[in-house]
Design a protein around this ligand. Structure first.
Ligand code: A3P
Ligand code: MG
Length: 388
């Protein structure tokens, strides 16, 4: 675990479809998700042929005070495996679960094949909650308790821990949780495959993203069904389907070539991306629409089917982007015809290990808008540098 907090989530039995065997585990918590994906990958593929680079580790789960959580996760992992015909006879011990989680410790790199997993993207980060006051907090508690059997939390001893054994008993004065997943907003399970340092496959499951595109353009879904699975393979395009396995449909990024008509995505959390910088770039471009702020790699998914034309991400100084936050999303967009670069226009380099070395930020759009966008980004960054 990252040390900030664990999530212990019990919810939402999504029906059976499994692409790369991850969809059963979509909403059942990061560690369960990581343990199951890791186990399945190792069982299905010759182990010498790949490693796993994943966000979580078992550090906190090995502590005495978290044994009950470990027990619960082990039970959930076994329930998940039992519900999948192929593994119905499998029963993992707590040690097996810890080992499966820890097999995600690979450093990745430029040689060989590495799976890259974000077991639940959109779960963390400082929250506005601490500034909400009593009314806001109560509203949030209402939201949390309306989520299907979510109970949350964690590491009662960590400095940054939000202690919330159940929504109704929230007592911690400085809750840190509440990104998309917990707000009931967007989150994603993201799995990608690196081959010799390049992303060659990506799967992005977004349980809270409507199949009807934001803005309602031309995909053939008429009712507002929740849950999208995007998948992309190098050279084969990007498809979307529902989480319960509707026929896949090819998607394409927006073909807008005038920025005035474009809309743009950015992180919901201002702590993750400089909103003022994005707004200065958008202004330079003449973008009229306000930013669409959503959590997680759902932004890449939405962009791949043309819901918006631009995604801007400018972390605060010193933050290092992790490969699991972008590997699956980036191929979903590039295979749909989009372009993903750093702020200087360089392609993202996934061959450097667990982190991306970036120039200033990540920008995403279609091929027509990219030159204009790069120019606006360069000017805004220069202006910002000279005003600091
Ligand atoms: N200060 C920071 N700046 C930029 N990104 C950050 C950040 N702190 C956390 N993140 C990353 O931003 C991801 C969420 O992205 P977004 O802002 O698009 O919703 C988080 O993924 P997790 O939720 O998996 O931890 C986390 O890895
Ligand atoms: Mg993430």
């Amino acid at each position: 675990m990252s040390g900030l907090y664990n999530l212990d989530l019990k919810l939402q039995g999504y029906p059976g479809f499994v692409q790369l065997d991850i969809l059963d585990y979509l909403a059942t918590g990061m560690l369960r998700s990581q343990a199951v994906v890791s186990f399945v990958l190792e069982r299905e593929l010759p182990s010498e042929s790949f490693s796993l680079v994943a966000e979580e580790d078992s550090g906190d789960l090995r502590k005495e005070e978290t044994q009950e959580t470990l027990h619960r996760i082990t039970k959930l992992v076994n329930e998940t495996l039992a519900s999948e015909g192929t593994y119905s006879a499998t029963s993992l011990s707590a040690e097996d679960v810890l080992a499966a989680i820890d097999s995600g410790k690979s450093e990745g790199g430029p040689r060989g094949r590495h799976w890259v997993l974000d077991p639940i993207d959109g779960t963390k980060g400082p929250s506005k909650v601490m500034h909400l006051g009593a009314n806001g907090r109560n509203a949030l508690l209402g939201k949390l308790s309306s989520l299907p059997s979510v109970y949350v939390l964690l590491d009662p001893k960590g400095d940054h821990t939000a202690v919330c054994p159940s929504p109704a008993s929230w007592t911690y004065p400085k809750p840190h949780l509440v990104e998309g997943f917990l707000r009931g907003d967007q989150y994603a399970i993201a799995l990608a495959l690196l081959d010799e340092g390049k992303v060659v496959l990506g799967v992005l499951a977004c349980p809270n993203l409507s199949l009807v595109p934001i803005g309602g353009h031309d995909l053939p879904y008429s009712h507002d069904k929740l849950g999208c699975l995007f998948f992309a393979q190098v050279g084969a395009g990007t498809d979307v389907q529902s989480l319960d396995g509707s026929p896949p449909i090819k998607v394409h990024v927006s073909d807008i070539d005038t920025p005035e008509e474009a809309s743009f995505f950015e992180s919901f959390e201002a702590a993750h991306s400089l909103h003022d910088l994005s707004s200065s770039i958008a202004k330079k471009l003449g973008v009229k629409a306000p930013p669409v702020r959503i959590d997680s790699q759902a932004k890449y998914g939405a962009l791949s089917r043309g819901d918006g034309a631009i995604y801007l991400r400018f972390p605060h100084k010193g933050y290092r982007e992790k490969i699991w936050d972008h590997a699956a999303g980036s191929i979903v967009v590039t295979e749909a015809g989009g372009v993903v670069t750093d702020a200087a226009g360089n392609p993202l380099d996934f061959s450097k290990g667990r982190y991306l070395d970036l120039d200033a930020g990540i920008i995403v759009t279609n091929t027509k808008l990219m030159p204009l966008l790069l120019k606006a980004v360069r000017e805004s960054l220069n202006e910002r540098a000279s005003s600091l």
